[in-house]
Design a protein around this ligand. Structure first.
Ligand SMILES: Nc1ncnc2c1ncn2[C@@H]1O[C@H](COP(=O)(O)OP(=O)(O)OP(=O)(O)O)[C@@H](O)[C@H]1O
Length: 548
């Protein structure tokens, strides 16, 4: 055996020596022929993925990095590199230099090797590359299926690993260094009507899965949401929950800080795909202009005694929403927030611009229960029924309720504190009949008075209570009642009431009018029902009379 090895070694030595003495051209010719000859017996093919190709990052190299990195923790490999950087959520695994691993795709082994050479290349990593070897009969499968599969998987991993960042507009540009958002608000922690929450999450998921559908019907893959409601009802929290749910960056802009339509367009162009673009307080940024007149003057406003101009016009904004510019990019979500929906031009509100209008309302009992679970970790308490009775009568934001509940971790003290706060608010809202000491009886008495005072009808005189009549609407609440006079001339005496005097904002007055309209409508229907009933009774009496 030793003599065989010695013979082979001598042949190799003679070959190398002779080879070195040959002229270079002949040497090259021989090695080319030799390689061609050996290739005939080699059944494998190899593809090389360098990190940079013509000074551009090679997407296949990046994709292989992510894709292989995901399987590394699950396979047996002697050495791996593990990292955790600020900009990614999870640990990142990568192969060590000159190591190899086998990935199995459709039962076919794919051999990957990783190399790097620090002495070459321009970047700090030198040059890096992967070599993928497989049986040559699978070449078309690798090219047409395996590599596209790796690209797709890598995109998903990238999305999953991304941290959500907040970009803000400053001096007509997005800040160069976005902040990583570590907002804990999610759809689980957001206190909101259950059905609305479900509907919104489904809408977002449907949108995310509809890229092909949008393409098919020739629509830009974007969706607009209008979040409106009083301050502190969770508009910003909802945006954070949406960003966390989708893993999208947020681009937050306040149009009053944008100097022109042109800048606005540039800002839009420089947002990343799959991001949420927020326009806060849209009613304050764009005032209604006389679009019919065709004149769109910049809006003047006063700031620190200086006369400033709002340069963004309504047409600029409409262009921003659905003009040709919005086609640049995909998977964009636009969210506009306002406290006053009625101040926004209808053109901005229509579907296609604002596809879903979400009203975030004052705290309901269901929202309170969600907040109690989150803040106090309780799902029920003997004092809850007081809160259930008080909440429909008080306009209190979830932010206020959360603030009260967080004052102490003791459930009893915390709920008592909230009840006190609600009662004080109820009194401040102009309900002088409320006695804090008797909150439990409050709703019944007041509701009864409401029915009598709200409508000056024989109904009250003949002793029939509203409960006996099928009232279509909810029972009117105390705050509405206090605005109506005893003879039912609510509209005429509206401004005399305490509650209205206390509320200065136009929004509140509009809300109050809306409540009153609803209440009056419900009574109108009740009256019709009573009239029908009395007609029936009269007919019966007439029949009896005729028989007698
Ligand atoms: N629905 C909610 N669920 C849970 N927490 C809430 C909710 N609404 C408000 N909060 C709490 O109140 C705080 C303020 O709420 P947020 O800023 O989201 O309200 P907003 O409607 O955006 O107010 P504004 O109109 O003044 O900007 C939040 O940090 C959050 O902790």
């Amino acid at each position: 055996m030793n003599s065989v090895w010695a013979l082979l070694a001598s042949i190799a030595l003679i070959r190398t020596t002779l080879y070195n003495y040959l002229p270079e051209k002949l040497r090259l010719y021989i090695s080319a022929r030799f390689e061609e000859w050996t290739r005939r017996f080699n059944t494998d093919e190899t593809m090389v993925f360098k990190d940079y190709q013509s000074s551009k990052m090679n997407q296949l190299f990046q994709a292989a990095n992510l894709y292989l990195g995901e399987s590394l923790p699950t396979i047996s490999i002697p050495r791996v590199t593990v990292e955790k950087t600020e900009n990614v959520r999870n640990l990142t695994f990568s192969m060590e230099k000159n190591t190899e691993m086998i990935d199995v795709y459709e039962n076919i082994p794919m051999k990957w090797k990783y190399f790097s050479d620090y002495s070459q290349g321009m970047s700090k990593h030198g040059i890096r590359w992967y070599e993928l070897s497989f049986h040559k009969e699978y070449k078309s499968l690798v090219t047409n299926c395996y590599l596209p599969y790796i690209l797709e998987r890598a995109n998903k991993i990238k999305e999953r690993n991304r941290v959500v960042q907040l970009h803000t507009a400053a001096h007509d540009f997005w800040t160069p260094k976005p902040v990583i958002i570590q907002h804990p608000m999610t759809f689980e922690t957001l206190a909101m009507d259950g059905n609305l929450k479900k509907e919104l999450v489904e809408d977002l998921d449907r949108f995310m899965n509809s890229k092909e559908y949008y393409q098919q019907i020739g629509k830009v893959w974007k969706r607009g949401y209008l979040l409106y409601g009083p301050p502190g009802t969770g508009k910003s929290s909802l945006i954070a929950a949406m960003a966390n749910h989708l893993n999208f960056d947020i681009y937050n802009s306040n149009l009053s800080a944008v100097s022109s339509d042109f800048v606005l367009q540039n800002l839009l162009l420089s947002t990343a795909n799959r991001s949420i673009l927020v326009i806060e307080d849209i009613d304050c940024s764009i005032k209604l202009q006389n679009r019919e007149s065709g004149i769109e003057q910049p809006i003047k406003y006063q700031q620190q005694n200086k006369l400033m101009f709002l340069q963004v016009t309504l047409s600029g904004l409409l262009n921003f929403f659905d003009g040709i510019l919005s086609c640049c990019g995909e998977g964009k979500i636009l969210v506009a927030t306002t406290n006053y929906k009625d101040r926004i031009d209808r053109a901005l509100l229509r579907a296609g611009r604002m596809d879903m209008h979400i009203y975030l309302t004052y705290c309901t009992f269901s929202a309170f229960k969600q907040l109690a679970l989150r803040c106090l970790e309780i799902s029920d308490h003997s004092l809850f029924h007081h809160i259930e009775k008080l909440l429909p009568k008080v306009k209190v934001s979830p932010a206020e309720v959360a603030g009260e509940l967080m004052k102490t971790r003791d459930p009893k003290a915390s709920t008592e504190g909230l009840i006190k706060h609600l009662e004080e608010k109820l009194i401040a809202d102009g309900n002088s009949e409320v006695s804090p000491k008797h909150h439990s009886s409050l709703s019944q008495t007041s509701n009864c008075q409401v029915h009598k005072s709200s409508i000056s009808l024989p109904l009250a005189c003949n002793g029939a209570s509203m409960d006996n009549v099928k009232s279509p609407g909810p029972k009117p609440d105390v705050s509405v009642k206090s605005k109506l006079t005893a003879d039912g001339e609510g509209d005429n005496n509206f401004e005399k009431t305490d509650l209205v005097r206390d509320r200065s904002s136009r929004h509140n007055i509009l809300q109050v009018i809306e409540d009153m309209e609803k209440e009056l409508l419900s009574y109108k229907e009740a009256i019709i029902a009573l009239q029908k009933k009395s007609c029936g009774t009269l007919n019966k009496l007439a029949g009896i009379k005729a028989t007698i």
